[in-house]
Design a binder for this molecule. Structure first.
Ligand code: HEC
Length: 115
């Protein structure tokens, strides 16, 4: 009985991941890009994992007009010492254009969605 309930929960979770995320990605190309480049294996959208949560990054640089440009560079070059002692390795697979798109997307996290 309890096992069946657990199984049902696990299945519901799997379905939610499969379909919920797919819908989220088509509505959010930045999310798809971040996932495609493996950013989300270290970064949470909101909370710290290996690296800072993207909403935390956005909150830190809110009101900083140069943040997008700087973060685009950092995303490709990697970083250490800004958030702690864990290193973000450089991301050679990310093109400059993608880095700019990712930086803008990160800075938009945790903000109310545009109408
Ligand atoms: C191996 C784990 C890892 C991966 C993969 C990774 N990051 Fe990071 N990221 C980190 C860590 C750790 C930090 C904090 C570095 C520091 O303290 O300077 C960080 C910091 C950042 C920051 C904040 C930089 C700052 O100056 O405040 C941004 C933005 C960021 N990452 C974006 C990305 C994007 C976009 C990707 C995918 C292309 C990515 N990261 C992939 C671990 C990772």
């Amino acid at each position: 009985m309890a096992a069946a309930a657990l199984l049902a929960l696990a299945l519901a979770g799997l379905l939610w991941r499969a379909f919920g995320d797919a819908a989220g990605e088509s509505a959010d190309p930045g999310l798809a890009l971040a996932r495609g480049h493996g950013c989300l294996s270290c970064h949470g959208l909101v909370h710290k994992q290996v690296g800072p949560g993207y909403a935390q990054v956005a909150a830190r640089y809110r009101g900083d007009p140069e943040a997008a440009e700087r973060l685009a560079g950092i995303i490709r070059a990697g970083s250490v010492g800004r958030w702690g002692r864990v290193i973000m390795p450089r991301q050679p697979g990310v093109t400059e254009a993608e880095a700019h798109q990712l930086a803008a997307w990160v800075l938009a996290q945790g903000q109310p969605a545009k109408p």
